[in-house]
Each structure stands twice: as structure tokens, then as C-alpha cells.
Design a protein. Structure first.
Length: 304
């Protein structure tokens, strides 16, 4: 839990360092005298200091998509859930700002086998995202791309993905994520990408089983050869800002509570302990995690 708050604050540092207007004020606001506004300090040190200034209730309130402002610290409200699958989706209407460019869906883009084109499109999307963010229409982190391998064409979200080929999907995500995140200043993300859904997710609703209760049975061989390579490309090579856990369970364990997937593979093997945020989708509510785990979480949270 402590790590989740630290990583969220680390992403906020990108906002503090790179933007003005609707963002934390490091010149004259409450934050201006705090270490988080001192760009000479390491990011982790700046994050820890700000987290330590938050109350338990404030920390809890920032573990959701839509966070309220913390006025006494000078932190404005923020919406973490933004979309840019094949163009920026505006979360707020703005009469003076035209809608963002919408490109073909990822499956069509991947079918071109033109990785230079993917990179070019990603850079256009991130530029338009920054422009929208300047007007407070979107945030700076986006829940894109969708890397799930398509095994059944009847899956309703298949068009969101690059398709059925792990190699092509891996190459696609590298060019897309680097195009989205790389800006003029290599110290900061242009925007933050989120690779989803980690891992083995391709069912919405079938014969009475929905995506929240589906338990995918996947062999180790299939996991290594098919489902993991795109996420390795996303996390290790493209250095995505975050990943989103799958909505279903895999081999009996909810993906959002799978320590082997999220810690051993994603954070310690692919990411090599670098900063990476993990979005866990309604894990406690949907998968009915035990009261023992809830108690452990409460104890750890009180230690923050």
C-alpha cells in the first residue's frame, strides 16, 4: 500500500515539474516550501516526504480513479482514468477545443505491419493529450494500450488489441508506448501509458460467466510463449509508466491479488524494481478477498 501511494506521488512529480495552471503550484502555493518542489532531490525522496504529510484518510482517498483536492497541501483534484487507445478521449467538454484526432483501431493499425507509422501516430496522440491537459480536459496518464492476445474472434474487445500474434503485439507495444511517453525532456514522461490487462484476459460474458468471475486455465508454456511476451516488451523495453491487472483470475488466483504475476514477474523480473504503478481493478469487492487480507491491509495502512 505504501508503495502504491509513493508511485502515485512519483507520477504527480511529472505534473509538478512539467506543467502550470491547473496543477500544483511550486512557486507560491503550500507545496512551494516542501521537498517535492525541489527538483535537485531524488524523485523517491520527494515522494516520501509528501506522502508523510498526508493523513490516513487523505491517503485512502487517493487510491481511487477520481481523487479530491487536498487543499492544505496544495494538491488539486485529479482524474487518473483517461483513455487514448487510438486517439485521445476527452473526459470534459470544451467548446473552444476541437475533438482529438481519431485513428483506426489497434487491430487495423497492427495489420499494416508498419511500426514507423505506429510510432508516428503515438507521438501525435501524446501531443494532442498534452494540449488537452493544458486545458484541464484530460489528465496525463492513460489506460492504454490493450495487449491481450486474441484467441477467440467473438471476444467483444478484440478490436482494441493488435491481434493474435505475440511477436507483432510485442513490437507494436514497444513503438506505441515509447511514442506516447517520450518527449523533448528525457527526464519526464510526455504522458504515462498503462499496459493492460495483465495477464490472460479475453472474456467479457459467456454462458453466464462474466469477466469478474472467469478463471482462465493457462499452462506455463502458453503463459511464457503467448501471454507474457507483450507485457515484457511493455514493461522492460518500453518502460511503461504503469500496468493494469487483469479483471479475471488465472489458474484459480485473481490477477489483481496474484503476487507471482504482479511482484515476481512484473515488478522484480520485467521492471527490475524500477518505479511502476499497478492499477488493481476492484479486487477486494469483486473477488471477495478474505477478511484476513483486509485486516492485513488495514494494519499496513496504519503504518504509513
Amino acid at each position: 500500500m505504501h508503495k502504491s501511494i509513493l508511485i502515485i506521488i512519483s507520477l504527480i512529480i511529472v505534473v509538478i515539474d512539467g506543467q502550470i495552471g491547473f496543477f500544483p503550484d511550486c512557486k507560491s502555493g503550500p507545496l512551494s516550501s516542501f521537498p517535492i518542489c525541489d527538483v535537485s532531490l531524488p524523485m523517491n525522496e520527494r515522494s516520501i516526504d509528501l506522502v508523510n504529510r498526508m493523513t490516513i484518510n487523505e491517503k485512502a482517498s487517493w487510491l481511487v480513479n477520481t481523487v479530491e483536492s487536498i487543499d492544505r497541501l496544495g494538491l488539486p483534484a485529479y482524474q487518473w482514468w483517461n483513455e487514448a487507445l487510438h486517439g485521445v478521449m476527452f473526459r470534459k467538454s470544451h467548446n473552444d477545443i476541437p475533438q482529438a484526432t481519431q485513428f483506426p483501431c489497434p487491430m487495423n493499425l497492427a495489420a499494416t505491419f508498419n511500426l514507423t507509422l505506429i510510432d508516428h501516430i503515438a507521438r501525435i496522440i501524446s501531443t494532442e493529450a498534452r494540449a488537452a491537459n493544458n486545458e484541464n480536459i484530460t489528465g496525463l496518464d492513460f489506460f492504454t494500450p490493450n495487449l491481450n492476445i486474441v484467441r477467440d474472434p467473438r471476444w467483444g474487445r478484440a478490436q482494441e488489441t493488435p491481434g493474435e500474434d505475440p511477436l507483432l503485439t510485442s513490437e507494436y507495444v514497444y513503438r506505441l508506448v515509447t511514442g506516447l511517453q517520450q518527449g523533448e525532456d528525457e527526464r519526464y514522461f510526455k504522458i504515462g501509458a498503462t499496459c493492460k490487462h495483465f495477464v490472460s484476459y479475453d472474456l467479457e460474458l459467456w454462458n453466464g460467466t462474466d469477466r469478474w468471475h472467469f478463471d482462465a486455465q493457462v499452462s506455463d508454456l502458453d503463459l511464457v510463449e503467448t501471454y507474457l511476451p507483450p507485457f515484457e516488451s511493455c514493461i522492460r523495453n518500453a518502460r511503461a509508466a504503469s500496468i493494469m491487472s487483469s479483471l479475471n483470475a488465472v489458474n484459480g488466483i485473481p490477477s489483481c491479488a496474484n503476487k507471482f504475476f504482479l511482484q515476481t514477474i512484473a515488478r522484480f523480473t520485467f521492471s527490475r524494481k524500477k518505479i511502476m504503478h499497478v492499477y488493481r481493478i476492484n479486487c477486494l469487492e469483486i473477488h471477495m478477498i478474505s477478511m484476513v487480507m483486509l485486516f492485513v491491509i488495514a494494519v499496513e495502512f496504519n503504518r504509513l
